[in-house]
Design a protein around this ligand. Structure first.
Ligand code: KG4
Ligand code: ZN
Length: 332
């Protein structure tokens, strides 16, 4: 299976990519909806569906063109599409498009779990890390530490039982009057702040590798209320530090317990420089090799869906049509 198309519409990015042999990304186009949702400080599902519909065809054509393929008869080997978890309206746009193309071009279709897609981002433009492996998947909707001894079988070693890490970044950014999505804004502002200025206490969790991010967010609310002359850059840097520290530390500890020699990172928050730096530092101190995909492969994209689709197709064969979206699709 040499040439796969990947379609991802589970949230607010319309993403289409073409991936060649060995996970080589031939094109990856992402139509962002930031301007559609920024006034609301979060993703509005109904607006997202409409925006996906409006840009799907041009995004697809652009992905084919950038990969030097014909837009009418591209000669693909398969099409992979995200079926869940995610927002149902947005997912439907991707799935309807993928099914129509699969029939029109007579190529197999593969249904992909968005979270398995994030795992396969580690195989884009490089060789997939050796197993056993532990991956920190950390995005706007999910925060989990995944243990993998065999591809296709995922053990959830820890997760957040309230807000996802990205969600906490987004909420704190809103408290500081920053734009959406909040993660990159906090990172930018935090660059000029002192990360040791404020100690935001870590939440105590039941499971050793679980997370809680609503506590740190509440700690920021309290700090802002009690310190009227606060320095926003210090708050941003210190909040980012508290989240990055707990994510990196627990992931490396989980990898040691799991007997993994390598750790991977994926999901939008995986673009965060301080998290990347800390994982590398704590990993090397413990002789764990850390794999950091390019930032553009950490955030939602179609290439990771194509790469997960290649694995599924080779191992289990194509998905039978018609396929349904599964907004609350389980993982692990
Ligand atoms: O994986 P993703 O693109 O979409 C979801 O599946 O959620 O992740 C989006 C999340 C948002 O919450 C955003 O604030 C966060 O990733 N994010 C970051 C950074 N870039 C994106 N968080 C911290 N630092 C960043 N540089
Ligand atoms: Zn994602």
């Amino acid at each position: 299976m040499d040439l796969l198309l990947g379609i991802e519409t589970s949230c607010d990015d319309t993403a289409v990519a073409v991936v060649g042999a060995d996970g080589k990304v031939l094109s990856s186009v992402i139509a962002s909806q930031i301007s559609v949702h920024s006034d609301f400080g979060g993703v509005v599902p109904e607006l997202a569906s409409r925006a996906h519909e409006a840009v799907m065809v041009p995004t697809l054509e652009e992905a084919l063109r950038r990969a030097n393929l014909s837009t009418t008869s591209p000669g693909l080997d398969a099409i992979a599409v995200t079926v869940g978890p995610g927002l149902s309206g947005p997912l439907m746009v991707g799935v309807a498009t993928a099914q129509a193309l699969s029939v029109a071009w007579n190529v197999p279709l593969i249904a992909v779990n968005h979270l398995e897609g994030h795992i396969f981002a580690l195989g884009l433009d490089t060789t997939f890390p050796r197993l056993p492996l532990v991956v920190l998947v950390v995005s706007g909707g999910h925060t989990m530490i995944v243990g993998i001894r065999e591809l296709g079988k995922y053990e959830i070693l820890g997760r957040s039982y309230d807000d996802a890490a990205g969600e906490a970044f987004d909420k704190v950014a809103r408290l500081l009057g920053l734009g959406f999505p909040g993660g990159p804004e906090i990172e930018r502002l935090g660059n000029s702040g002192d990360r040791g200025a404020i100690k935001f206490k870590q939440a105590v969790t039941k499971g050793k590798y679980d997370f809680s991010f609503s506590g740190p967010k509440t700690a920021v609310v309290r700090y802002l209320r009690e310190n009227t002359g606060f320095d926003s850059a210090d708050v941003a840097a210190s909040f980012q530090e508290s989240i990055a520290q707990v994510l990196a530390r627990k992931t490396i500890e989980a990898a040691i317990d799991f007997g993994a020699n390598s750790v991977g990172l994926s999901g939008g928050v995986g673009a965060n420089s301080r998290l990347r730096e800390l994982l590398g530092e704590i990993g090397s101190r413990n002789s764990i090799e850390v794999f950091l995909p390019a930032r553009t492969n950490c955030t939602d994209n179609g290439a990771m869906i194509a790469e997960a689709g290649r694995f599924r197709l080779e191992k289990f064969g194509p998905t039978t049509l018609p396929i349904d979206v599964i907004p609350s699709l389980k993982f692990g």
